[in-house]
Structure formats: C-alpha cells, structure tokens
Design a protein around this ligand. Structure first.
Ligand code: AMP
Length: 135
C-alpha cells in the first residue's frame, strides 16, 4: 500500500506548515482552512480512520489536541474551536489516514452547525434500545 498524503508530510516528502511534532503525532495547518488556524492533528502510525487506530495512538493524539488547541485559538484571537474527525467517505472523510480537525471559532463567525432532524421521544427510545442491545 502506498503512503498516505499525511505520511508523506510526516516523512517530509511534501511540505506542510508544521505546528508540533513528537514521536507519535504531528500537527500542521490545513491547506484549505475553514477558519484561520484550522489545523490537523495526525497519529504517525498510519491507519484508515479512528476506528482502525489503536487506543494508544488516539490517546497520544488527544494529548496533543489538549496541548496545542489553546495556543492555536489564542494565536488567531478565536474564542473556541470545533474538534472533528470525519469518519468514512459518507461523513466527508477524504484523506484516509486518521486525523482530527481543530477549527478555531469566533463569536458570530457565521459557520453553521449541522441542521437538526425531527425525532420523537419514542423513536429515540427505540433507537437507544437497539444500540444498547448491540453494545
Ligand atoms: P477530511 O475531509 O476530514 O479527510 O479532511 C482532509 C483535510 O486535509 C482537508 O481539510 C484538506 O484541506 C486537508 N489537506 C489536504 N491536503 C493537505 C496538505 N497537503 N496539507 C495540509 N492539509 C491538507
């Protein structure tokens, strides 16, 4: 299997604006940002998505998110951030190497949250029962 785009960044085969790196994780600015400071936090062990990454790998990623997100937010003058892992193409995942987006958010920045759907309390209760039975 050929290396992913992000493995190529890790291996310095393609350039990126790297913010932080340790033995397990790399973080760099997204090339096509949704807001200033939009960053990606990526485990160095290549896996297709968060369901394929090891727990240890994800823990290291979360440690880096907690470490760098406040500085990213402060650096761009934001007031918060969204942490997103698009998982599988149906959810908009394009790069099939586990990554989390840190998207800085500003009061009234106009970025919209997901639209809501109708759901009755009965539908939610049925669904919860189905899921709980499978877990
Ligand atoms: P996703 O849709 O969750 O797979 O997100 C992949 C992200 O990778 C997108 O936000 C892209 O803008 C970003 N991206 C693609 N190529 C590069 C690159 N060479 N350097 C930095 N970010 C990239």
């Amino acid at each position: 299997m050929s290396d992913s785009l992000f493995t190529k960044i890790i291996n310095r085969e393609i350039p990126a604006d790297i913010l932080y790196e340790n033995d397990y994780v790399i973080a760099f600015l997204d090339i096509n940002p949704n807001s200033p400071g939009h960053s990606l936090v990526v485990p160095k062990v290549e896996a297709e998505d968060i369901l394929s990454s090891s727990d240890e790998s994800l823990l290291e990623v979360m440690k880096v998110v907690k470490k760098i997100a406040p500085t990213i937010v402060e650096s761009v003058g934001a007031q918060g951030f969204n942490l997103i892992a698009n998982t599988k193409p149906a959810a908009g995942q394009v790069v099939m190497h586990t990554h989390f987006h840190i998207i800085p958010r500003f009061e009234n920045d106009g970025l919209k949250h997901w639209p809501h759907i109708e759901s009755t309390s009965e539908q939610r209760a049925d669904l919860a029962k189905q899921i709980v039975e499978k877990l």
